[in-house]
Design a protein around this ligand. Sequence first.
Ligand SMILES: [Zn+2]
Ligand SMILES: [Zn+2]
Length: 320
Amino acid sequence: MIRLGNGILLEMDGRRFRFDPRRTVAGDLNMISHAHSDHIPSSFRTLGVLCSDVTRDLVKVRRGKETERVDDPRVRCLDAGHIPGSNMFLVSGDRPVLYTGDFCTRKKAHVGPAEPVKCGSLIIEATYGRPRYVFPDHEEVLGAARDWLEDLVAHGTSAVLFAYPLGKSQELSIAFRDLPLRLHPSIAENNRVLGRHGYGLGTEELDERGEEGPVVYITSGMGKDRERVERMRRAGAKTAAFSGWALDRSFSYSSSLDEGFPLSDHCGYDELMRFVEKCSPDIVYTTHGFDKAFAASVRKELGVDARPLVAKQGTMDQFC
Ligand SMILES: [Zn+2]
Ligand SMILES: [Zn+2]
């Protein structure tokens, strides 16, 4: 039995498995796929959770909770290729169940890629589950962004790059490490945590008054940073966002950006479909984003039983 409610609950062979619960439940096996805030618990009835060491450290920073490592011989953790520390979970049994969490099968410098595995039931995210979302190669997108940035810096102009603080920001930190990079404090903190796990990432923060010459500033642009970004913009800085939604023509225009680069930490439609095909499940449950549409496409294109778990995602994350 698989159903929604406090994360996703799987009941199998008398055991309750919880994927990405909002509150951990004592007696259940609580699993956290990755450290994005919509996937980590906001309250803990038990501190015993199954997740990667990277996720454990990030949960500590984000929730102030020191979780304890729990293992279960029935569960295998697989690389999800979404952000540092992200996992998919494969629960063994007569009909193995794979939960992807957020995942990505494209090759990147800092994570993954996720690999398909044979399973009976597949619980898959469908953030970009419509055919119009087909992403270019990461190298290609980063190459175009580099051309844009090098040109600006050569002309003495600063750039503000909007990116999610966990995932995209690390990819940009690596890709543009030779440029005068400056980071929002929350990104610098994530990079310091990841540094303890072997990621060689810069941690230099922006010194708004002390900078001499152009900088490339990475920020989510949210909260208090909006004012800072406005000041930079008025002083001549150009802006760009890195998001899968940049494939939508209206993206840069509606966000009043100078550039939008379609860099995503998720699978595009074609990659989702290929992944389902290679897992060859009997049944597919979709969550997130275009869950209904993607389930319908799986039924139509692959002839596999598919239905949405009817996840209610409050707001769509524009930096997904
Ligand atoms: Zn995520
Ligand atoms: Zn998510």
